[in-house]
Write a protein that binds this ligand. Structure first.
Ligand SMILES: [Zn+2]
Length: 106
């Protein structure tokens, strides 16, 4: 008849072995994490306020106010480029606000 206490000890040992394996796997990922935070994508067009559904261009685009800007259509980017830095900031701030409020609704 097996000793139940002994069985428990065995499974505990197995668990801690698993935990250390998980640590070894996770540690390089933690160490490799970049110190500088990447700008977050803004999935609301600053020109038309439309939500961009395709996230294929994640990380690509002009960075304004610390956000990667995306446009709803090919026409919006040249229009955005015509704006002054101040106007761009205002448009992006409005799009950020819109994105935040649309997230709350979900
Ligand atoms: Zn557009």
């Amino acid at each position: 008849m097996p000793d139940p206490g002994r069985e428990e000890h065995k499974s505990m040992k197995k668990l801690s072995a698993l935990a250390s394996v998980a640590f070894i796997i996770a540690a390089p990922a933690i160490l490799a994490a970049p110190a500088k935070k990447k700008p977050a994508d803004l999935w609301v067009c600053p020109m038309q306020g439309a939500v961009i559904k395709s996230h294929a261009d994640a990380g690509k685009g002009p960075v304004v106010n610390g956000r990667v800007i995306h446009f709803c259509c090919a026409g919006c980017q040249p229009e955005f480029n015509k704006l002054t830095a101040k106007e761009k900031g205002i448009k992006v701030a409005a799009a950020v606000k819109k994105e935040a409020s649309s997230k709350k609704k979900q």
